[in-house]
Design a protein. Structure first.
Length: 387
């Protein structure tokens, strides 16, 4: 990355595109034989484009232990969340209009559920424990005879906490309730197997795993098949669930990104976890800092820290040499304290004094050490000004 830019510690928002992925996409755009519409099977150009699309579909499926024909292409995790939740809820509205989710879900889930409430559905929002964990007993107690869907994210995008999806899956399967999982932050960081976890619907995106922006996928359980009502209508592509001409080069990029994420998961996790620990050890020297989220049940890459006695945006502004976040990139325009941290019981003041650091495949030790030095310097300076 260009070192004239700030040190990038915001991988939970968007990861840089892996050069191998970028090259594969460029080659796809250059190859005149791949410029056909993947849905046009009457000529060789369309068939060649279809072949690379199906290869990518298999790559994505392999990364989550799924069948290739269970992968539906979308524009990203936001659309996948919308298709899964709207699609399942509206298709199954006659069997029940109750849905279970959590207060700490991504806005792409929460705002979708808000719209369903306006349509007459009822949603139970679970409050996680102070460490960010939603326990299976909470889900069990929330289920009702008219519950048709549970939607819970695997890895929280702000605090990095990992939920026990397998336990939720066993419970939902026993009770005949669909389980949707937002897995945008877990691919490439945690081994995934939708069959073993009893997941019915899983949302994914490319740009969280060093792939291109603007392409994602939804896993839809095929055995036994489940019904979804589409959001878009037109040419009937993707089993009629997502009409529109497929962007071949982006799909190729997502497929390779997922293959690399699966292949390099063990080495990536070990290295990034060590760097995260080095960052936390260095930040801890500031004193009066608090880690948000369970210290163990979390992904390797995300560190959300509250700095007592300092306003978070002031610290972020002072750390001009670092690219960090005060929370979700999708909510960065809001001046309100993080709703995720508030759901964990943090006060407005403490929630506003928090920063999210997220590391990735290209973070190195020198960057971590430079970040620690900058954080310690600016925290000490701001606290002295606060008196």
């Amino acid at each position: 990355m260009n070192r004239t830019l700030p040190i990038y510690l915001d991988y939970a928002a968007t990861t840089p595109v892996d050069p191998r992925v970028a090259e594969a996409m460029i080659e796809c755009l250059r190859d005149v034989q791949l410029q056909g519409n993947p849905s046009s099977m009457t000529h060789e150009f369309g068939r060649r484009a279809r072949a690379v699309v199906e290869k990518a579909r298999a790559q994505v499926a392999s990364a989550i232990g799924a069948r290739a024909d269970s992968i539906i292409w979308t524009s990203g995790a936001t659309e996948s969340n919308n298709l899964a939740i709207f699609g399942a809820a509206r298709f199954n509205r006659d069997r029940g209009r109750h849905i279970v989710s959590a207060r700490t879900e991504h806005k792409a889930v929460l705002d979708t559920l808000k719209q369903l409430e306006a349509e007459g559905f009822e949603v139970t929002y679970l409050k996680p424990a102070c460490d960010g964990i939603v326990h299976v007993e909470q889900v069990s107690e929330a289920l009702r005879s008219d519950t048709q869907l549970v939607s819970l994210m695997h890895v929280n995008n702000e605090i990095g906490v990992v939920q026990d999806i397998a336990a939720f899956g066993r419970l939902c399967r026993e009770r005949g309730v669909l389980l949707h999982v937002d897995a945008a932050q877990s691919v490439g960081k945690i081994p995934l197997d939708v069959q073993a976890m009893n997941v019915d619907l899983m949302s994914m995106t490319a740009h969280k795993v060093y792939g291109p922006k603007g392409i994602g996928a939804l896993y839809v359980r095929r055995t036994p098949p489940l019904g979804l009502r589409p959001l878009m209508f037109g040419g009937g592509q993707e089993l009629g669930l997502r009409s529109g001409t497929l962007p071949t080069h982006q799909i190729v990029g997502m497929g390779l990104a997922f293959e690399l994420a699966q292949r390099e998961l063990t080495s990536d996790v070990a290295r990034i976890k060590a760097l995260r620990q080095r960052l936390w050890d260095g930040i801890s020297k500031c004193g009066d800092v608090e880690l948000n989220g369970d210290p163990e049940q979390r992904v390797c890459s995300v560190l959300n820290v509250s700095f007592h006695g300092i306003e978070g945006e002031s610290l972020q502004f002072a750390l001009s040499e670092l690219a960090v976040s005060t929370g979700s990139a999708c909510a960065s325009a809001s001046e309100s304290p993080s709703y995720v941290l508030r759901a964990l019981g943090r006060s407005d003041q403490l929630a506003q004094s928090s920063l999210r650091f997220s590391l990735g495949r290209y973070t190195n030790q020198a960057e971590i050490d430079a970040a620690v030095a900058a954080i310690n310097r600016e925290v000490a300076r701001l606290r002295s000004l606060a008196g």
